[in-house]
Design a protein around this ligand. Structure first.
Ligand code: DGY
Length: 326
């Protein structure tokens, strides 16, 4: 009998094709994530679970699945939705989809930086709402990325794969001077990008653009709150393509409202989606997109392939090719 695998949403076909030869697939259909009840019911009797970042995966899910559960793979590089220590304690192999979304996500960070710095939110609304009447010498003025004095400074919070890819784009393409935080200095990055490892307060004080690239965990929850926002320049732009909870969103809303920072570009927020009456949605200095960092066809296909390969390896008691270890 083939093992059963629960897939928490329909994902690119390559994953379904790779898996269906070896497994019975139970797919949660529809746009919306499974409710907790649907998830717990859906995984019953499964040996593998292919989860999404919106599915909370913990001991209760393992209990609901049963003792035959061997492997869980997230269709994402981030895995803050998974209780990895608990899964490891239960001997479940856990995987994710690293590397393949680095460039797509870095591109979105750059796009958000540009859009927020150059007032795309307000400007695009004005075009659609028939507010645009003529070329305006004083209208839709934004921030420069290049020129007029010293090179602009880009602060990368978390110089991992995606952080480095953003730094590379902005240093080589826009000539920005890169500051970064990381657990320890990265000599190869320092050399390639003339980058400088600094502590977070210095990065926030000095950067014209700040882009967040840390994973969400207990240490990084609300890493950017009111005290940190206060350190930033009034002219600074904050970009987040990591996880919404890394920013204290109320504090960010206040900072944008009071113009204590210039603008924000957000691919992620808390919660996702935002309630229709959220104040962030009213702000013309906040440019938001719907968590689409990895949303290109080739990237999503590659993520699907990696997630499926993790499941197949786990079902065969092989080491996962893209495993999460603690
Ligand atoms: C991830 O993979 O963690 C992204 O946030 C979704 O593509």
């Amino acid at each position: 009998m083939k093992p059963t695998v629960f897939i928490a949403r329909r994902i690119p076909a390559i994953a379904h094709h790779l898996l269906e030869e070896h497994c019975e697939l139970r797919v949660h259909e529809g746009l919306m994530p499974p409710t907790r009840e649907e998830l717990l019911a859906g995984v019953q009797g499964c040996s593998g679970i292919l989860s999404l970042l919106s599915d909370r995966i913990d001991g209760e899910v393992c209990e609901a699945a049963g003792p035959q559960l061997k492997v869980i793979s997230n269709f994402a590089v981030g895995y803050n939705n998974m209780d990895v220590p608990e899964l490891a304690r239960r001997g479940i192999a856990v995987g994710n989809t690293p590397d393949v979304l680095t460039d797509a996500t870095a591109d979105i960070a750059v796009a958000l930086l540009l859009c927020a710095a150059r007032n795309f939110g307000r400007a695009s609304q004005d075009v659609r709402n028939d507010v645009w009447k003529t070329w305006q010498p004083l209208g839709w003025i934004g921030k420069d990325l290049v020129g007029f004095g010293e090179p602009k400074k880009l602060g990368i919070v978390g110089m991992g794969r995606i952080g480095s890819a953003v730094a590379k784009r902005m240093h080589l393409g826009w000539g920005m001077q890169v500051l970064y935080t990381a657990r320890s200095p990265k000599p190869e990055v320092d050399k390639e990008l003339s980058a400088t490892h600094v502590e977070l307060p210095k990065l926030l004080e000095e950067s014209d653009f700040v882009s967040l690239h840390v994973p969400l965990n207990d240490e990084t929850h609300h890493l950017i709150g009111a005290p940190e926002l206060t350190l930033m320049k009034e002219t600074a732009v904050l970009v987040n393509t990591a996880r919404g909870e890394i920013i204290d969103q109320d504090a960010l809303t206040e900072a944008l409202l009071s113009r204590s920072i210039y603008a924000a570009g957000l691919d992620v927020c808390t919660p996702e989606p935002l309630p229709a009456d959220d104040r962030l949605l009213q702000l013309d200095n906040c440019f938001l997109v719907p968590h689409l960092g990895s949303a290109t066809q080739a990237t999503r296909d590659a993520m699907a392939e990696r997630a499926a390969k993790n499941i197949l390896a786990g079902l065969q008691d092989q080491p996962l090719p893209y495993r999460i270890s603690i």
